[in-house]
Design a binder for this molecule. Structure first.
Ligand SMILES: Cc1cc2nc3c(=O)[nH]c(=O)nc-3n(C[C@H](O)[C@H](O)[C@H](O)COP(=O)(O)OP(=O)(O)OC[C@H]3O[C@@H](n4cnc5c(N)ncnc54)[C@H](O)[C@@H]3O)c2cc1C
Length: 387
């Protein structure tokens, strides 16, 4: 006897609304993002006009209920959107990813009715959000964070610095993790909703990066930053739960970003190898080249299955922790190897900025670093396997 009465669908068999949604995002990415990719990478800048168009498309509030002005979709829809955009530009994809799988996700899970009513309509229509956990001294060891919050009657006062914050240049609201009781260790960590305009808050240096250059990565400064009492997200001292549970889901989104990137590499390789002629024929006619493209496509499909499975499990309310770690670990490795192979298949042209694959190669690297390095994913997987 199987566990369920009816057979579940194949993971890549999408529902009708999922196909329509994915295709509309793909079309947007091809028409509105693709022409801007090289310029955005060169100048390390995301035009506000493009961000506004992402809001208009409905991909900045995918899981926000319709009554708050969102698209009323699922986590799986977010995964489809991130993948479809990343196929064209992983930098734009991570803006959408952080907005949906980290920020809005945390609001939906931990926000009070009042916080949801205040922030979700803004997040779905005009405000970019950011998620601020990491600091100069605490990355993998995230809960060693040094940012402090002190109770000042009707407000909290925050002091500290956050580093590496995606969307820092664009965001209006930041989920900031700070410790209210350092003696209690991680049990003092609390999540605060900090608006860009709050006194004592400022955005510092923007990093000049190897890849995903159009995505802003910024330092945040909290200097006696005053945060209303009502702006604690979840319970005081339970910020570690907000952080862990949000990131467990967020890394499925990074898996989707890496699958999209790898698919982009396959698409470019397939197109180019049919055009490029050597020895009197298209290089795609050489079996050696065909096998390289075939291997890339197979790896992408395997990574996609891991990502879709983790996302579907999450939407079903089933445990997905190990699957999420596996999907991020594997898809980031596949993204790097596929982008690398695409550069090889483009030959010397692949090494230049006149062709799109060198950028994908640079962009791929981040998948093994943020939202938990590959070693951190291996640690999670090893714990599940070895106990
Ligand atoms: C472009 C970019 C965007 C980012 N966006 C955000 C964001 O929006 N919000 C946010 O909060 N953070 C963000 N980060 C931070 C990111 O999550 C951290 O960089 C990451 O978690 C790694 O931390 P670290 O850089 O301090 O490296 P470290 O933790 O110092 O790790 C260095 C190396 O040591 C290894 N290592 C560390 N501990 C162990 C261990 N116990 N066992 C085995 N190996 C270990 C790591 O795997 C890694 O290879 C971003 C980073 C970048 C580069």
């Amino acid at each position: 006897m199987s566990e369920t009465a009816t057979l579940p669908l194949a993971l890549t068999a999408l529902a009708e609304d999922e196909v329509i949604f994915r295709d509309s995002v793909r079309q947007f990415a091809d028409q509105q993002i693709r022409p801007l990719v090289r310029d955005m990478d060169e100048h390390a800048k995301l035009p506000r006009d493009l961000v506004d168009k992402l809001f208009d498309l409905g991909v900045m509030g995918i899981e926000v209920p319709e009554r708050f002005g969102g698209s009323g979709g699922t986590f799986f829809h977010s995964v489809l959107a991130v993948e479809a955009i990343s196929r064209v530009d992983p930098s734009v994809a991570v803006l959408v990813d952080v907005q949906n799988t980290l920020v809005i996700n945390a609001f939906l899970r931990w926000g009070t009715d009042e916080q949801k009513a205040t922030y979700l309509p803004r997040l779905a229509t005009k405000w970019v959000g950011a998620y601020a956990l990491s600091e100069a001294g605490s990355g993998s060891d995230a809960f060693a964070l040094a940012t402090r919050a002190v109770d000042a009657g009707d407000e909290w006062v925050l002091n500290g610095r956050k580093l590496w914050i995606t969307n820092g240049a664009e965001a209006e609201v930041f989920i900031v993790l700070a410790n209210v009781k350092p003696d209690a260790g991680y049990r003092g960590i609390t999540a605060f909703l900090v608006e860009r305009s709050f006194p004592g808050f400022s955005v510092g240096k923007k990093e000049d990066k190897l890849g995903i250059r159009a995505s802003s990565t910024c330092e945040l400064l909290l200097e006696d930053c005053r945060v209303p009492k009502a702006n604690v997200l979840g319970e005081v001292g339970k910020g570690y739960k907000v952080a862990i549970e949000t990131l467990n889901e967020g890394r499925i989104g990074i898996g989707a970003q890496m699958v999209g990137l790898a698919q982009g590499a396959v698409d470019h390789a397939a197109h180019y190898t049919k055009e490029r002629r050597q020895f009197g024929k298209a290089i795609a006619e050489f079996q050696g080249v065909q096998f390289q493209v075939a291997r890339m496509a197979t790896e992408v499909e395997a990574a996609r299955l891991l990502v879709y499975n983790a996302a579907r499990l999450r939407d079903m309310g089933r445990p997905f922790l190990t699957e999420a770690a596996m999907c991020k670990l594997f898809s980031s490795e596949v993204a790097e190897s596929c982008a690398s192979m695409a550069v090889n298949l483009f030959g010397g042209y692949g090494f230049t900025k006149d062709y799109p694959v060198e950028k994908l190669y640079r962009d791929a690297k981040i998948g093994q670093i943020y939202e938990g390095t590959s070693n951190m994913q291996l640690q999670t997987i090893a714990k599940a396997v070895l106990g």
